[in-house]
Ligand binder design. Structure first.
Ligand code: ASP
Length: 412
């Protein structure tokens, strides 16, 4: 009888339970559970990371091959990029309006003390650095270092030029890459079964080391970014999906819930990618042809949550330092926030590091990053889930426009 009930709980249900149990265990057992939980959390994360690059490589190259001739590829590619830009801009403008209205940084005296406690390693990055990251001189090194942008670029090239080979070679290489991709997805399915245990470990580790104090004095700033992210998550993106597809966006959200919860707990879109692909194809009915192309790209370059956060945080920092940003300067913030979100890797805290690009573009002090550090972990979890949700919405929109969705899933 009891077993029956346990069997009825779905994977997202288990993940949700393990998030709660992890938080509770972290709070109750504190440092006593730290090393145990860190070990199981790290094993799970390492398994995800282990599979991610082979998955990206096989997924994008087979995606490009199956999207086919250069005409289709151009069309799907263009739709993908247009969606990424549109959804990121909607996110950024939401953040811009909220931060200018709520003005969370107006009461400056409140924050000055936390500036000294900055411990983040601030490396300055420029737009040129972001672009040069794509064109690696050594692809093996990029694989070894886990650099997503060059690997994506290389996989796009492979896929594209396989379609340009003579028939015999083309079929041979397509089959090999396709078999590789299916193999990676099988391994992913296996890793996914361990998700509840791994996620328990990750949550217990975070809470046992930082407690729930992470909110600190930054309540108003936290609330501003959080509201922006929630508006984008529950209103803007569903509305965009509905306008373009007429399908029920909340059903899609429910189908993607395992991926969204995994993104929340790992704070890494790249590590979540295997789970995202699995949910999109198995639950949301998006064809492999579209998902294998759109998701790996999206996990690295489409980051609505990060874009919104970059913009809000920069405006907040200007308010804290009492630096007035004119309208043209705010437009520069919007554009660099977009670029920073494209350049940010899908790993924890990547957005925080990318803040340097935005702050530098309008001459704001880089130490401002120290102020927002305290609440970054929680915001990172929420923005990562937003990033993955936006990728999922984009994939559904593009798949639906290409008639590559199993509509029956949404009709009953
Ligand atoms: N952690 C985010 C992600 O993986 C990136 C960020 O730090 O904003 O999507």
């Amino acid at each position: 009888m009891k077993r029956g009930i346990l069997k009825k709980i779905s994977l997202p249900g288990w993940i949700f339970i393990s998030i709660i149990l992890g938080v509770a265990a972290g709070l109750l057992l504190k440092e006593r559970i730290y090393s145990f939980s860190a070990t199981i959390g790290d094993i799970f994360l390492n398994l995800l990371k282990m599979i991610t690059l082979p998955l990206i490589f096989t997924s994008i190259s087979t995606g490009v091959i199956s999207v086919g001739g250069s005409k289709n590829l151009g069309r799907v590619g263009l739709k993908t990029i247009l969606y990424y830009i549109l959804s990121s801009l909607v996110a950024i403008v939401t953040g811009l309006l909220l931060t200018n209205t709520i003005k969370p940084g107006a009461d400056t005296s409140f924050f000055t003390s936390s500036v000294e406690s900055s411990s983040v390693d601030i490396q300055s990055l420029s737009i040129r650095d972001i672009i040069l990251k794509i064109f690696t001189p050594n692809i093996f090194n990029s694989f070894a270092q886990g650099e997503m942008l060059p690997v994506i670029f290389f996989s796009l090239l492979i896929g594209f030029f396989v379609t340009r080979l003579r028939k015999k070679q083309r079929l041979l290489l397509s089959d090999i890459l396709q078999a590789g991709f299916e193999l990676m997805m099988k391994i992913t399915g296996f890793i996914l079964k361990l998700a509840p245990v791994g996620i328990f470990g990750i949550m217990a580790k975070i809470v046992s080391s930082t407690g729930l104090q992470v909110f600190g004095n930054l309540g108003k700033y936290f609330f501003t970014v959080l509201s922006g992210l929630l508006i984008h998550y529950f209103l803007s993106l569903p509305l965009i999906v509905f306008l373009f597809t007429k399908l029920n966006p909340y059903r899609h959200m429910n189908n993607m819930s395992t991926a969204l919860l995994t993104a929340f707990s790992t704070a890494s879109s790249s590590a979540t990618l295997p789970v995202t692909l699995e949910c999109a194809e198995e639950k949301s009915g998006i064809s492999n042809k579209i998902s294998s192309f759109v998701f790996p790209l999206g996990a690295t370059i489409n980051m609505d949550g990060t874009a919104l956060y970059e913009c809000s945080a920069a405006i907040f920092i200007s308010q804290v330092y009492g630096i007035f940003l004119s309208i043209p300067q705010q437009i520069v913030v919007v554009l660099t926030a977009l670029l920073a979100s494209i350049g940010a890797a899908g790993i924890p805290m990547a957005g925080l590091v990318m803040m340097t690009v935005v702050l530098k573009s309008v001459g704001l002090p880089l130490e401002g990053i120290g102020i927002i550090l305290a609440v970054d972990r929680i915001l990172d979890m929420i923005r990562t889930s937003t990033n993955v949700w936006s990728d999922s919405c984009g994939a559904l929109i593009i798949a639906s426009s290409e008639k590559e969705v199993n509509i029956n899933i949404y009709n009953n």
